[in-house]
Ligand binder design. Structure first.
Ligand code: HMG
Length: 388
């Protein structure tokens, strides 16, 4: 019996800022963003969107297909927690009308935790193959204004059904891990934006890739040449390009620069126009590959490098299942992306500064999002979510 991803769907915000607009205000060459970091647009959440509404919107098509009783566990991966105690997934559980017999838990380790959730979900399914696990990763990436990280903001959620005999991707049990206590990126409880040592973080990312890959090679019979494509954690597209060149070099791959680039190019399409979605980004990258790759990649091996600052990294592998192309949500994803609205720099600042009450004050939020679920306001310290 194989275990892996049976269905995948993602969602992002109503608004985006074109990085040309940011470059103009900063009097920077737009190519620094379009070419240098490989990003074109960054998603900005509307006041009535957050990790819960994006997550519920991402998961809705999956639950509509399998029914609300089919899922035994909902694992919610995020580093944009909205409560120190209650799991954000419990709100999603209600919004989607899921069974009271479904367990819900939230997981955190920077951008890595969705991968931990998937591995744990695979173990649960291996134990009770008739059950499905819903893994959701949802984040809003925020840095201080006028910092090097600002252009790498973004947001998004991805929902994945983990099942026995999956229709999209069989996940292999062998994994390579690397954990190391480093301060490359972190967000203390009293801050709404991350602190980051940008250049250092890119070095640690590459070091963790080498270490996780070496650990993977110790336990797996797969070598670099066995993979047709690679999905990397995507803080910005250029990071994945650098990482893949690094891995190819470590493995002395006999390939041209174009061949190396072709192994990741299709994973980057959505990220370029969404920005960093932290826990969700690598899996939106997988969706991008499956939905945008011109050739049919059934039967091929994909390598995954998941990285979460702090840091925990994992290299693992999977095989694309025959017939996968029939179970994708390409049209819905394209429509959702096309329906987003571009904002001016002034509107971006307004969205960036929109109050997220920390003093317990009540707030009513008007409907803006085009999504099915929205945050209607805050009352008596409680967040109020509704279907719109
Ligand atoms: P910076 O220092 O302002 O940028 O910000 P730069 O000066 O290094 O320029 C970036 C690239 O653009 C360079 O290319 C320039 O040469 C090029 P490179 O040398 O890297 O190949 N460039 C141009 N190209 C074309 N035309 C031009 C031009 N000008 C410059 N005119 C930095 C870069 C990464 C530091 C910043 O974006 C940042 O701090 N980002 C946030 C941190 C981050 O994303 N780190 C990635 C690794 S850590 C990670 O992935 C985890 C994370 O997702 C969080 C988590 O796990 O929770 C962040």
């Amino acid at each position: 019996m194989s275990v892996g991803i049976d269905e995948i769907s993602f969602y992002t915000s109503n608004y985006y800022l074109d990085l040309r607009t940011l470059a103009e205000v900063q009097q920077t060459d737009p190519d620094k963003y379009y070419e240098g970091i490989g990003q074109e647009k960054m998603g900005m959440a509307a006041p009535d969107e957050d990790i819960v509404t994006m997550a519920a919107n991402a998961a809705l098509p999956l639950i509509e297909r399998v029914g609300s009783d089919a899922v035994s566990t909902l694992m919610f991966a995020t580093e944009t927690g909205i409560d120190q105690s209650k799991a954000a997934g419990v709100y999603v559980h209600r919004l989607l009308g899921m069974s009271n017999n479904c367990r819900v838990v939230e997981m955190k380790q920077a951008c890595y935790s969705a991968t931990a959730a998937i591995q744990m979900a695979c173990a649960l399914v291996a134990r009770t193959p008739e059950k499905k696990v819903l893994v959701i990763a949802s984040d809003v990436a925020r840095y201080d204004l006028d910092t090097p990280g600002e252009a790498t903001q973004g947001c998004g959620a991805v929902a994945m059904l983990i099942s026995a005999n999956p229709r999209l991707l069989e996940i292999d049990p062998e994994v390579g891990n690397h954990t190391e206590d480093v301060m490359d990126f972190w967000r203390p409880n009293y801050r709404s934006t991350a602190l980051v040592d940008g250049k250092y973080s890119t070095k640690i990312y590459l070091r963790a890739l080498k270490k996780a890959w070496e650990n993977f090679r110790d336990v797996s019979s797969l070598a670099f040449d066995d993979f047709s494509h690679f999905c990397y954690h995507l803080p910005f597209s250029r990071m994945a390009q650098k990482a893949h060149q690094h891995l190819a070099k470590l493995n002395k791959a006999d390939m041209t620069a174009e061949q190396i680039e072709a192994q990741i190019a299709d994973t980057l399409s959505y990220n370029r126009i969404i920005g960093n979605s932290y826990t969700a980004s690598m899996y939106i990258g997988l969706t991008s590959l499956l939905e945008n790759c011109k050739q049919n990649i059934a039967g091929t091996k994909i390598g995954f490098f998941s990285y979460g600052s702090g840091c925990v990294a994992e290299f693992f592998s999977g095989t694309v299942v025959a017939g996968y192309e029939k179970y994708l949500h390409c049209t819905e994803h394209q429509t959702m992306l096309d329906n987003r609205e571009e904002v001016s720099y002034e509107k971006y600042l307004e969205l960036y500064r929109h109050p997220d009450p920390r003093d317990g004050s009540d707030l009513t939020i008007e409907k803006v999002t085009k999504g099915h679920f929205r945050l209607a306001g805050f009352s008596q310290h409680k967040r109020e979510y509704v279907a719109s």
